[in-house]
Design a protein around this ligand. Structure first.
Ligand code: SF4
Ligand code: SF4
Ligand code: SF4
Length: 301
């Protein structure tokens, strides 16, 4: 798409909602064919409906209300996953749970969740999981610092890679050095404690970082270990934000409104799609562009 003028549809198109719904339905059918049980297929269908519903709200309501679509989707998917899979299902959906599943050699719920939401899925839908389904974001969204201060996060470097390797070292150390075995069955006490403990640490760190840096998204930018997976696929995603450089007046509103500090205007003025792996496809910049110069697009970069 680089170098080309990107024609954007007016009114906003409905195909992104159909695209995310088709993606999740396809995933559900593949899991059904491989696994033989209807449950996961139905679950992915529901996730697809919630995301598509959020995209539809974003595409169709008045501009100042657009972020409501993203709040609805986050509430349905984020809380649904947290309560259904974590609290009721008692499975560790944190990164440590993913490593335990791998060590057990089990292709189960947590591995499928990571493949779809965080490893392979981002090639098709970018970091839509972050913007539309992550339960951590669902909660951090309601802290008081909604607008990013758009300044470097102090002298603190991104600790995301260090956190990723610390999680891996914890699991592999427990497994190989201490002989600890964490089962992968549905509804285990171990799974529940890992899930609740991991989330308590994430939420605690998220709140502290938000207040220190006056930024609800500081945890995502500094400490979330899952971004190590997410960034690889998101950079190559088919679905990205695109802009029409002929409509863009370089007012900078998109840069100021972006909660992830993505330099949107720079990409648009150089006729590129928004290539940043930090983009979570929340479409806040789309809603805030006074020239209606931004929208979702599908393509290769
Ligand atoms: S970066 Fe991590 S915490 Fe933030 S929305 Fe994405 S997965 Fe959730
Ligand atoms: S908000 Fe719209 S017009 Fe303003 S810089 Fe961004 S893309 Fe251009
Ligand atoms: S570039 Fe736009 S869609 Fe991406 S994170 Fe920033 S505001 Fe959201």
């Amino acid at each position: 798409m680089t170098g080309a003028r990107i024609p954007l549809a007016r009114p906003r198109p409905l195909w992104p909602a159909a695209y995310v719904l088709a993606f999740f339905l396809a995933v559900g059918l593949i899991v059904w064919a491989l696994d033989g049980s209807v449950g996961p297929a139905a679950f992915f269908g529901l996730v697809g409906l919630a995301t598509a519903g959020g995209f539809l709200i974003h595409a169709r309501v008045k501009w100042r209300h657009k972020t409501r679509g993203h709040k609805v989707s986050l509430a349905v998917i984020g809380l649904g996953l947290f309560l259904g899979a974590g609290v009721f299902g008692r499975q560790s959906f944190q990164l440590e749970g993913f490593f335990f599943y791998l060590l057990n050699g089990v292709m189960g719920g947590v591995v499928i969740h990571y493949l779809v939401a965080k490893i392979l899925g981002p090639l098709f839908i970018g970091r839509a999981y972050c913007g539309w389904g992550c339960w951590t974001w669902t909660v951090l969204e309601y802290l008081p610092f909604k607008k990013s201060p758009h300044r470097p996060l102090g002298r603190l470097p991104s600790l995301r890679l260090a956190h990723f390797f610390a999680s891996a070292a914890l699991v592999f150390g427990l497994w190989f050095l201490a002989g600890y075995r964490h089962g992968t069955e549905w509804r285990t006490t171990d799974g529940l404690w890992w899930f609740l403990g991991g989330n308590a640490i994430y939420f605690g760190a998220g709140v502290v970082l938000a207040f220190v840096f006056q930024d609800n998204r500081a945890f995502c930018k500094i400490l979330c270990p899952v971004t190590v997976f997410l960034r690889v696929g998101a950079r190559r995603s088919l679905l990205k934000i695109a802009g029409d450089p002929e409509r863009c007046t370089q007012c900078g509103a998109c840069d100021r409104s972006c909660p992830m500090d993505v330099p949107v205007m720079g990409f648009i003025s150089s006729s590129k799609r928004v290539l940043s792996p930090e983009c979570v496809l929340c479409q806040t910049c789309v809603a805030g562009c006074p020239e209606r110069a931004l929208d979702l697009s599908l393509g290769l970069d």
